[in-house]
Design a protein around this ligand. Structure first.
Ligand code: 1PR
Length: 555
């Protein structure tokens, strides 16, 4: 099944070799820059309104929230030149918000006007019937008409991450190039003349995404066609794929080198050397991330596991890892560990938003928050279930969107005889506790499992969702590194409690474990570390097993 992916960089092009990029400063545009460079083009940044009108080819990679994008475009004086450029049918490629702003408006954040070029208003996915929102992951397209831009896609999947979407109607029918189905049909791509846009992220859609960008860029270059060889999807394997995520737990070892490590129940030191053994070294972060991209991982997650005790912005090696990884890894990158507000040695305070911004600028698509999310949820409970709007989750979600905020939960199982023995959310456990207890709940921890808190997983997950998180990364300290499978009861409990996607993590030891978690729970993704690092199981084997059992998977 394996469709090994190779990138053939197209360094020499006929015609103009440059592209103008409209970066309004809201988020991670490093990925699109890296993709353009990989394809052999140079980039001119828009620095003033006239740069838009003089562009030969313009890419607008919108990130964040619709209203904020429109406000910034307006403030910078870019709105009118952008409208004029598009109406003059000059080569344009909008991505995500860069597509949405072409419409009349959006309902996001109480409503904002758009450029009004395409009929229709962008609205939120309807989660009232249990649909997980944001729509995150790899989905198939339904192409409405032939186009050079999407002919390279065929039945392969592309990467979406959004809570708002435009829907096809008779009024915008002329524009619709492709739709995608998530709950119902929405517009995945539009085109008229030289103007193209996609709701999905080609810069995060692996090699097929690079093909799409190349199709746009090379359309005016003589003879330059698609030049990348991407894999093809298996027949009948359609719809939103369940994601397989490779996770790199990163920390400095005792020699000061940043290494990928892996613990058993969060203990990352060699056990045969006693409690003061060396930090296990399973490889270099950038190299491993590249390997997982080549092997078909749907996402790569970096967790800076000692981030809670370091100064996050002093952690330059981690930022450098992200910068380097994002040069060649064209699937979503999440980074966690140390995303919180802090005050440095000189008394200067940095907000969680400022810290996250630095990680986004360095190549992260999502940030994952651990300890600080627990603090935010505890504060929310203390304030009588209300928030002052200033938590780390709210700060980041407001600017970068819910889809950019992942909450990493580190729970431990606590057994009780009866649900009446605790105020926390319990389940009847499939296996009894050490003293014959029949029920359990999961206690949230901070500082890498070192400190237990009086809050359970359901409370933390549901409050995180209320505060604006877009995804839950659900670890499990008891199962971590054990290889006996995900904690199905835990994943089930949390994925039933929230309407945002849940990533099941900890304990995968075989492809069967992924299939099991997808068959028995509503998890959207399965994450593993040890089995991939030690090459015991390949990502292909996992996906092959999933497909054999009818679970949609990107291949
Ligand atoms: O609190 O915001 O600074 O974030 C710290 C982050 O570091 C959290 O996401 C927390 O989960 C993580 N972390 C802290 N200590 C450890 C440790 O292992 N000592 N790693 C740690 C968490 C869990 C997964 C792991 C899976 C899969 N590791 O990332 O990769 O359990 O493992 P497996 O497939 O081998 O079973 P903050």
């Amino acid at each position: 099944m394996s469709s090994r992916r190779t990138i053939a960089s197209n360094a020499t092009k006929g015609g103009d070799n440059s592209v103008t990029l409209l970066d309004y400063g809201a988020g991670n545009i490093r990925s699109i820059k890296n993709a353009i460079k990989k394809l052999g083009y140079s980039i001119n940044d828009v620095e003033s309104p006239k740069d838009i009108l003089s562009a030969q080819k313009l890419i607008f990679p919108g990130v964040g929230a619709f209203g904020q994008a429109m406000d910034i475009l307006k403030k910078k004086g870019y709105l009118e030149p952008l409208r004029e450029y598009v109406l003059e049918d000059k080569p344009f490629f909008g991505i995500c918000i860069g597509m949405q702003v072409l419409f009349e408006g959006s309902e996001e954040d109480g409503g904002s006007e758009g450029l009004g070029i395409i009929p229709g208003v962008v609205g939120r996915f309807d989660s009232s019937q249990g649909l997980q929102v944001p729509h995150i992951g790899w989905n198939t397209l339904s192409q409405r008409r032939e186009s050079r831009l999407l002919e390279v896609v065929g039945d392969k999947r592309v990467y979406f991450v959004h809570s708002y979407r435009a829907v096809p109607s008779t009024d915008n029918d002329d524009w619709v190039l492709a739709t995608c189905n998530y709950g119902s049909d929405f517009i995945a791509s539009v085109n008229s003349g030289n103007v193209y846009a996609t709701q999905f992220h080609p810069e995060k859609s692996g090699l097929v995404g690079l093909d799409i960008i190349d199709s746009f860029l090379s359309s005016s270059s003589k003879g330059a066609g698609p030049h990348l060889q991407a894999g093809s999807e298996t027949k009948g394997n359609t719809g939103l794929a369940k994601r397989v995520i490779a996770c790199l737990d990163v920390r400095a070892n005792d020699q000061g080198d940043l290494v990928v490590t892996k613990g058993d129940q969060y203990d990352v030191r060699e056990s045969d050397e006693g409690s003061s053994g060396n930090v296990r070294n399973l490889g270099k972060p950038v190299e491993l991330a590249q390997r997982y991209f080549d092997e078909g991982a749907d996402e790569v997650t970096f967790l800076n596991i000692t981030g809670f005790r370091d100064f996050p912005l002093g952690d330059l090696p981690m930022l450098e890892v992200l910068k380097q990884a994002s040069e060649n890894v064209f699937v979503p990158l999440t980074v966690g560990g140390g995303i919180r507000g802090f005050t440095d040695a000189n008394g200067k305070h940095y907000s969680a938003l400022e810290v996250a911004a630095e990680y986004f600028r360095s190549g992260a698509d999502k940030v994952s928050i651990g300890g600080d999310a627990v603090m935010a949820a505890e504060e929310y409970i203390e304030n009588g279930n209300s928030s002052n709007g200033n938590s780390c989750i709210e700060q980041i979600s407001k600017v970068y969107g819910a889809q950019a905020v992942v909450i990493s939960i580190d729970p431990k199982r606590v057994y009780v005889q009866s649900p009446n023995d605790t105020n926390h959310h319990t389940v009847k456990a499939s296996k009894k506790g050490p003293n014959g207890e029949e029920y359990c709940w999961w206690q949230c921890t901070i500082k890498g499992g070192r400190e237990g808190r009086d809050i359970d997983v359901v409370e933390l997950a549901t409050i995180s969702e209320i505060l604006g998180a877009g995804e839950i990364l659900l670890n499990c300290i008891d199962n971590d590194g054990v290889g006996q499978g995900f904690d199905i009861e835990l994943v089930q409990m949390v994925s039933d409690a929230v309407s945002i996607p849940v990533i099941a993590s900890s304990g995968a030891g075989s492809p069967e474990h992924f299939t099991e978690v997808f068959e028995k729970t509503a998890a959207s993704a399965g994450l593993a570390a040890g089995i991939f690092h030690r090459e015991e199981v390949s990502i292909d084997q996992v996906k092959e097993h999933m497909i054999q059992h009818g679970i949609p998977s990107r291949v």
